[in-house]
Ligand binder design. Sequence first.
Ligand code: ADP
Length: 159
Amino acid sequence: MEVTAIYPGTFDPMTLGHIDVALRAGKMFDRLIIAIAESPNKKPHFDLDERAAMANEIMQEHASIEIQSFDGLLVDLAQRINARVIVRGLRAISDFDYEVQIAGVNRHLAPDVETVFIAASHDYTFLSSSIVREIASFGGDYSEFVHPVVVSAFNRKGR
Ligand code: ADP
């Protein structure tokens, strides 16, 4: 049976940590949907279309990975596209409480959808979208933490 997995997040913007998790998850499942959440309450720096366009360009050579934007409940999207697995990345203990809580809620809402955690690679345990945005906003060099597509997007949009 083919297994579709969904890797949700805000991806504001996608970092090398996200890419690493996505590529590793991509090897585990037949199809991986990177689901980009609108996340209006996070007031993202990049709007949904910009975040999705960046992700599309970054992932274009990976045939089994697709990008989809969404708002609303993740489990609704998972059920709509027949995804049986939700992938989340875990960096440190600080991610744990929140992630386990969300996984519990999602299991309650959709018992057939299993959450799978992928441990961050050593090089990316400190890396987050918010760190990248912060370095960019102060004019620092964040280019080693992101795909060049993201650098172009900051240059276009301003930081
Ligand atoms: P959210 O707004 O849902 O927290 P993010 O876009 O910040 O979404 O992150 C999406 C997912 O990727 C989360 O599971 C997060 O823990 C994981 N993640 C973020 N940065 C990294 C990283 N450097 N290494 C591994 N996983 C990461």
